[in-house]
Design a protein around this ligand. Structure first.
Ligand code: NAD
Length: 338
């Protein structure tokens, strides 16, 4: 390969670090998707000293769940490209340093959207039916054939409020269509056209109206300084009694202690959470012992289908970039202040 983006070292191939330490079956997919046109560097332990040593002579780094910190970037003297394996770059990269060093940042649009939208629907249905609790109690010999009857709900006819009508939010709206829900959404940057709103039976509104009138609120916006704890105690108090909160976006969007209290006092019916403020959540996180929560370990985008699609797109973009082609899905960091 030859091109305007210069490779370092003696090899003609870009040297690419996969930042997260992952199990062998994931590394098998990473290796398969990388092919032989890059020098792939994989971490054999989750050790940050080794990570800094490994990144020192890399041209590109792939970021997944493990955060790319200022410490890694300080060691990465030759780095030209940070490629996020997914879309949630705001909180998983020290993007201010990436911007200040004029390193490129690209995200991966293919892969995550359908997986997260499907997971969101699953969390909604599971939260409506207290699925985790029913399953856990049955395994302990408790047959809750009637105990949950007056607390379980259907989603047909209920109002679902989508906060963030981007790629995932809009695919959630599409998937709700056959369930016969009514939709509300808020997004400072997106307004669907009239025909789409009509087809999806969904209406744009403001954040406070959505919070006060939705039976199910689902979060699909990025975590930024301005959205940290956007679902605060005050906002939880304003949610409809008996309503449900779904979060497959980022844990820091929700005040977890206040959510636990709102669930335990019965103000909210239940919650479905794929993400936590600290991951994994600490043992004393009260949500872990809250029976009306459906909890999953940040796996909304964690399907083999999504992984293969994402890695194929990541390596195609990296190879193209070092071959002198335009970088796809680049984030213009100079446009971001938050
Ligand atoms: P996107 O950029 O397509 O959509 C996000 C939308 O949120 C944008 O339209 C934006 O305008 C809107 N938004 C920003 N601030 C807002 C606010 N204050 N109120 C309402 N809307 C606001 O991103 P996407 O691909 O739909 O992903 C959404 C989020 O999902 C990501 O930022 C990421 O954190 C999360 N995510 C989670 C997983 C997972 O595994 N759980 C996987 C992928 C993405």
């Amino acid at each position: 390969m030859s091109g305007k983006n210069q490779r370092n070292g003696s090899s003609n191939r870009p040297r690419v670090l996969y930042l997260s330490h992952a199990p062998d079956d994931i590394y098998d997919v990473v290796r398969r998707m990388a092919g032989d046109e890059v020098d792939l560097v994989l971490m054999d332990s989750n050790d940050d000293v080794a990570r800094c040593a490994a990144i020192a002579d890399c041209d590109a780094v792939i970021v997944a769940s493990y955060r790319l910190t200022g410490q890694h970037l300080a060691a990465a003297k030759k780095l030209q490209l940070v490629h996020h394996q997914g879309v949630g770059w705001h909180d998983t990269t020290d993007w201010q340093t990436i911007r200040d060093r004029d390193i490129k940042l690209a995200i991966t649009l293919s892969g995550s959207t359908i997986s997260v939208a499907e997971h969101t629907l699953m969390l909604m249905l599971a939260a409506c039916r207290h699925l985790s609790h029913a399953d856990a109690e049955l395994r302990k010999g408790k047959w809750l054939v009637n105990a949950l009857r007056t607390r379980s709900r259907e989603i047909m006819g209920r109002t679902v409020g989508i906060i963030g009508m981007g790629r995932i939010g809009s695919q959630v709206a599409e998937r709700l269509l056959p369930f016969g829900t009514k939709g509300l959404y808020c997004d400072p940057n997106v307004t669907l056209d009239n025909a789409t709103e009509k087809r999806l039976n969904i209406t744009k509104t403001d954040f406070n109206t959505l919070i006060a009138t939705s039976d199910i609120v689902t979060l699909h916006l990025p975590l930024m300084a301005s959205t940290h704890n956007i679902i605060s105690k005050d906002i939880l108090d304003k949610m409809k009694p008996g309503s449900i909160l779904i979060n497959a976006a980022r844990g820091g969007l929700v005040d977890e202690v206040a959510l636990d209290a709102a669930l335990r006092c019965g103000h909210l019916q239940s919650a479905g959470l794929d993400v936590f403020e600290g991951e994994p959540p600490s043992n004393d996180n009260p949500l872990l012992s809250n029976p009306v929560c459906i909890l999953t370990p940040h796996i909304a985008a964690g399907t083999r289908d999504a992984l293969e699609q994402k890695l194929a797109a990541v390596f195609a973009n990296i190879k193209g970039f070092f071959d002198g082609q335009p970088l796809e899905n680049e984030i213009d960091l100079h446009q971001h202040e938050d």
